[in-house]
Write a new protein. Structure first.
Length: 404
């Protein structure tokens, strides 16, 4: 009797465990079933939704002229320029000009103390008349053999020595004058009145800026593309927003053995020369012969990925595509069906870039193709797009006043 009472609680406990397990399984099965039904309904709703059309801006590729350029840098310099320095040591006696003054060739700018040389010159010039008379007297007497040939030769040598001494003293006095070597404008005077200077001391700079030049170098591989009179445009940070026109006027006849480059000189137009200063750093663009019928597109139309450059070319919808979209009641762009395209990702290769434009190598983008210029960030290969009735940002060059 006792044994029967012990077994009943055990059976009751096992039954409850089984029932709890069954209920739990049923609950999990219900949740899974509900999720599956939910996903099926979502998939059905998505399948019934029309394909999304991404708005983009686009343009048709046209044949354009393209002028390749060689980009380099150079330094502006004047037609002539020199830092004048002392040829001899001495004290500054007179300063005859002011800083920034315009001078003419031959104008005396600065004089050094020359009192000693001037006194020696006067002494030599005082001896010259007597030496000349002595020589002339001996020359007359030699005819009557009243003097010897030796005495005549000595008189001639003495006359020549005094004349040469006078010439040397005059040259020494002139060397103590700092003279303008050409017409130009002075810089800032580097010396003061009464200052003692040594040979080679810098005194003042003079520059002839009647025409300005720019010196630059290019690779010897590009030498065949250069010629005298070729157009060059320059920009400088010191004259932001301005461009300056120049033409090549000289080519070095030899390659620089230290750099392997060719030295080139260009001369600016007179109207531009007035705005430039010697020593300015300039960025240069040397124009090469113009190429015609080139594929040129805005740089904003070119995108990048890990494989390189690409662009989206638009192709019209097929009739099957149109019928499929028009048959969907939820499709909202039925009235713009002719403005819808498929965007196909095309690999491109850029030859050169100038401003906002890029020149493409011959490839899959051809003249007459319609390409995307804005809104590429939302696109994938084969995406449906609708073309907006406006120009894309960055597809037209801003109007600026230049000397091109």
């Amino acid at each position: 009797m006792t044994q029967i009472q012990t077994d009943k609680p055990k059976r009751s406990h096992a039954f409850l465990l089984k029932m709890g397990l069954i209920v739990t399984v049923l609950i999990f099965a219900g949740v899974i079933g509900m999720n599956m039904a939910k996903n099926a309904m979502i998939n059905k709703a998505i399948a019934s939704m029309p394909e999304n059309a991404n708005p983009v801006t686009a343009m048709t590729v046209e044949a354009k002229e393209w002028t390749p350029v060689i980009e380099t840098t150079g330094l502006v310099r004047p037609n002539q320029g020199a830092m004048l320095s002392a040829e001899a040591a001495g004290t500054i006696k007179r300063i005859l000009v002011e800083s920034g003054q315009t001078v003419r060739k031959g104008d005396v700018l600065v004089e050094l103390d020359n009192d000693v040389e001037t006194a020696s010159l006067h002494a030599a010039e005082a001896q010259l008349p007597a030496a000349r008379l002595t020589y002339q007297r001996y020359a007359n007497l030699i005819k009557s053999q009243s003097v010897s040939q030796v005495e005549l030769d000595n008189a001639k040598a003495n006359l020549d020595q005094i004349s040469a001494n006078i010439g040397s003293l005059k040259a020494s006095i002139e060397r103590r004058k700092i003279v303008a070597p050409f017409d130009g404008k002075l810089g800032i005077m580097q010396v003061n009145l009464g200052q003692y200077i040594t040979m080679g001391t810098q005194i003042v700079r003079v520059e002839d800026s009647s025409s300005m030049k720019v010196d630059f170098s290019i690779s010897q591989n590009q030498l065949d593309a250069l010629f005298i009179g070729q157009k060059v445009t320059a920009t400088s940070d010191a004259r932001a927003g301005e461009t300056f026109a120049a033409k090549i006027t000289a080519l070095e006849p030899a390659i620089n053995k230290n750099t392997g480059l060719v030295d080139v000189q260009a001369t600016f137009e007179p109207t531009d020369a007035k705005k430039l200063l010697s020593g300015m750093f300039a960025r240069l663009r040397v124009a090469l012969p113009t190429q015609r019928n080139q594929v040129v597109i805005p740089q904003v139309a070119v995108s990048y990925n890990m494989y390189g450059e690409f662009a989206y070319r638009l192709t019209p919808l097929s009739q099957e595509d149109k019928d499929k979209l028009l048959s969907n009641e939820k499709f909202a762009l039925k009235d713009k069906i002719d403005e819808l395209y498929r965007a196909n990702q095309i690999t491109v290769f850029t030859k050169e870039r100038q401003g906002i434009y890029a020149q493409l190598k011959d490839g899959d983008i051809k003249i007459g193709d319609k390409i995307v210029t804005g809104g590429q960030q939302r696109l994938s290969n084969g995406a449906l797009v609708v073309v907006a009735d406006k120009s894309g940002v960055g597809t037209t060059q801003p109007a600026t006043k230049t000397n091109m």
